[in-house]
Design a protein around this ligand. Sequence first.
Ligand code: 6R9
Length: 651
Amino acid sequence: MSSEPIEKHPIPDGFANAHITPESYRRLYDESISDPDGFWGREGKRLDWITPYTKVKNTDFTFGDVSIKWFEDGELNVAANCVDRHLATRADQTAIIFEPDDPKAEAQHITYAQLSENVNRLANVLKDLGVKKGDRVVIYLPMIPEAAYAMLACARLGAIHSIVFAGFSPDALASRVIDCGAKLVITADTAPRGGRRTGLKSNADIALAQTGPEVKCLVVRHTGDDVAWNDDRDIDMKALMAKASTDCPPEPMNAEDTLFILYTSGSTGKPKGVVHTTGGYLVFAAITHQYVFDYHDGDVFWCTADVGWVTGHSYIIYGPLANGATTLMFEGVPTWPDAGRFWDVCDKHKVTQFYTAPTAIRALMGKGPEFVDGHDLSSLRLLGSVGEPINPEAWNWYNEHVGKGRCPIVDTWWQTETGGHLITPLPGAIETKAGSATLPFFGVKPEVLEPETAKVVAGNPAEGVLCIADSWPGQMRTVWGDHQRFMETYFQQYPGYYFTGDGCRRDEDGYYWITGRVDDVINVSGHRMGTAEVESALVAHDKVAEAAVVGYPHSLKGQGIYAYVTLMNGIEPTEELRSELEKWVRNEIGPIAKPDLIQWAPGMPKTRSGKIMRRILRKIAENDYGSLGDISTLAEPEVVDDLIANRMNRG
Ligand code: 6R9
């Protein structure tokens, strides 16, 4: 553990009137832990309830009996909370600013009245297609306003949406459609990004050929590009919306009815469908959006994530819209037409809070300060970071060049499973340190445990695995269709706790520093990837006998994907085969899963019982082969010499 004192950045002057101050943080945090019913019973009232709840928290982390319920006898509708209830006071306020990929195309300002009209029309379209409460709808769309309409239209009807990131392959799309039993896929003709176009409809065609004819396809004609059309299955969304009524009554939903499923990678098996429900999730998304970003009326909030990830769900759509905010949706990429695009957009729309990922910051940092330094950026009050630990160089660059030293940086640690921020600075209450997620949000009780003994490490400093001792309203409720897997993944290893999968240390001031995953999950440009997923894609190739995948430090992506591949007998390792395998993984999963380095491994380091020793593979991939530790238990220790001699990362 480093013993150098790390400089604390004080609360900036402009935050004296923040929603949460140092004093109220302490007081409310203590209350939220000692009296969760009192704290959340009050906070739940930030939403409009059709039937008010009388119970607040009813949760059990006991392995075998895990059950998580919040506000369980209340009824509400998420779309009514994100749209209808703002109409009396905000009908003409912009709800969504849409900034298209092409900087020359005009931005759209969609008011709450227009949002309401579009959501109601689309809900009626879905209803006419037979979508009812509890049905699943898969959304495979680019970052366009229709993605927001589709999410909210599902919520209005009580249908469960599952968004599949538009960068995923047809196979990945098909397996999710099948796993959740969706009856409808919503997609678009093509998706422009960085001046290039991806054929989403053509991907959906390949996926739907695998799912059976009962799944219909609703298509947004977004670019107008020509696409294949199957009259029995494909439906033009905008044409039907134009004819649909603008009035579709919201379905009353129980607080514990499922709002959405979002697939995420774990250390084993196929991605799992993380289930979030209606009441607790929305309360948590709304309160964190308001307090962590210190959102005030009139602010323009921009989260650069994609709606295909949880960050897009909670902080582009649900949190901001529940709060009646103005939220910006950006279709493009940070580096096109040049590395100044983010800052052009900030200046153009007078963005006040800007929330992005360290991987984007590092990429822009690498292009040089000239792309940011010429920009005004005086509208910015706060910066945010999410997705992976932010290294101090990136933090300092973000602070100096983007925030001009005036803006607090909120480094928000959370997960798909947590629904919203769990450990994060509150800008008016908590001083920051570069690289630390700082302190827990209200209602969150982190504990550091010894990985081997599961004992709580008391006092500061502490180092170990990060667990959470009690439930918070935004917590995932189950894995879709597999409650057993939910319990085994999160509640078995450390009994009585939610296990996050992350390692961490807590410093002398009680600040948390997330050190990264302790399981076989790697974090590539802020995207979660199970090494097992990439391995199973590789071994599905007929020339591959065995594959082992690990992460290694990558200067832009945080972690890169390093694959060790053993070929079938008699197959020659060639450069052509290497690129064929790269392409193969892209097609099986998506571009984000493409291995950065593939090493031909005539043999894998295995124990005598046949288990691959990943610890050794990780060390070699990290170019840290001097400290391999004990390899005497290996079946064939000599394979290690070959792997070291032919290692791919010599950086
Ligand atoms: C929101 C999101 C979750 C994993 C998580 C952790 C890493 C996210 C972080 C962070 C350090 C932060 N992570 N935010 N690590 N500091 N501020 O990213 O969800 O895609 O499920 O990833 O990302 O390892 O366990 P998700």
